[in-house]
Ligand binder design. Structure first.
Ligand code: CP
Ligand code: NVA
Length: 304
């Protein structure tokens, strides 16, 4: 049976930890300049229905470092679900490539792609979640804090794909997760219910930023209007301004709290320059680790 990487909810804590062990190994090899062609001769199609910098660059470069080849398919190329049915493209690509990475709008399309593909599918973001990002994020937290369990992680902003993925991770790894969103912009209710039922973590949803950051080990934010919500940006800016991660908010947090953002950042909206460029920010370590973690995910899926 082939395996996919669609949601952290589909993985056990042991499987997540095995990916992190492999990540460390692969990252060490890159730093030492050691060849690690674990996917020699393998090919990956990368379907993008939305724009991307990090996801494309990290997957494409990572696949090259593994001795394989990745093809970039832009939003104009496939027209998944529009020009062609999801199940048709799933079967076609499975005849050419060993693995698929996709960034799509509808999460249902990602699930359908994985169902009909006979090769592994990796989710590179949907409107619902962004599991590769959160795997890289918690790996980065571990590098800085020496552990990833039992930390207070505070996410401030829109209850979007990033927030949903943090909640899915909290169902697997013990933490105190605080999601702090304006009323009406909370994360997915089903995901919250599922994660709380696992009884692994304490998950709070509140709307007071000053309280949310108190004693947090990590303060995380993301854009207020995600890809596809551009026309709501002005309206959201007014609603979300009290949730901006700025020096006033940071003055209420511990001095050693880490600041994270999946990027791209809208500087001056959800985060100010002084905070994202400040000493507590680890946003570029986080971006780098996308590549190392994703390589581990590719290797583990191709070796199943
Ligand atoms: N964080 C992230 O996924 O960035 P891109 O949208 O640039 O790929
Ligand atoms: N929430 C953002 C994440 C980008 C990596 C978006 O979906 O646009």
């Amino acid at each position: 049976m082939k395996k996919d990487f669609i949601s952290i909810a589909d993985y056990t804590r042991e499987e997540i930890e095995a990916i992190f062990d492999l990540t460390k190994d692969l990252k060490d090899k890159v730093k030492k300049g050691e060849e690690h062609h674990l996917c020699k001769g393998k090919t990956m199609s990368m379907i993008f229905a939305k724009p991307s910098a990090r996801t494309r660059i990290s997957f494409e470069t990572g696949m090259y470092q593994l001795g394989g080849y990745a093809l970039y398919l832009s939003p104009n190329d496939i027209g998944i679900g529009k020009r062609e049915a999801v199940k048709d493209i799933a079967q076609v690509i499975s005849r050419y490539n060993d693995i698929i990475m996709a960034r799509l709008f509808e999460h249902e399309h990602m699930v359908e792609l994985a169902k009909h593909a006979t090769v592994p599918v990796i989710n590179g973001l949907t409107d619902y979640n962004h599991p590769c990002q959160i795997m890289a994020d918690i790996y980065t937290v571990k590098e800085h804090k020496g552990r990833y369990k039992d930390l207070k992680i505070t996410y401030i902003g829109d209850g979007n794909n990033i927030a949903n993925s943090w909640i899915n991770l909290a169902a697997k790894i013990p933490m105190h997760l605080v999601i702090c969103s304006p009323s009406g912009y909370e994360p997915d209710a089903h995901t919250l219910k599922y994660a709380r039922a696992q009884k692994v973590s304490t998950i709070e949803v509140i709307n007071e930023p000053m309280r949310a950051v108190k004693k947090a080990d990590v303060i995380y934010t993301d854009v207020w209007a995600s890809m596809g919500q551009e026309e709501e940006a002005e309206k959201r800016r007014k609603i979300f301004m009290p949730f901006q991660v700025n020096s006033k908010l940071m003055a209420n947090a511990d001095k050693d709290a880490l600041v994270m953002h999946c990027l791209p950042a809208h500087r001056g909206d959800e985060i100010t320059d002084d905070v994202i460029d400040g000493p507590q920010s680890i946003v570029f370590d986080e971006a780098e680790n996308r590549m190392h973690v994703q390589k581990a995910i590719i290797v583990s899926l191709l070796n199943k």
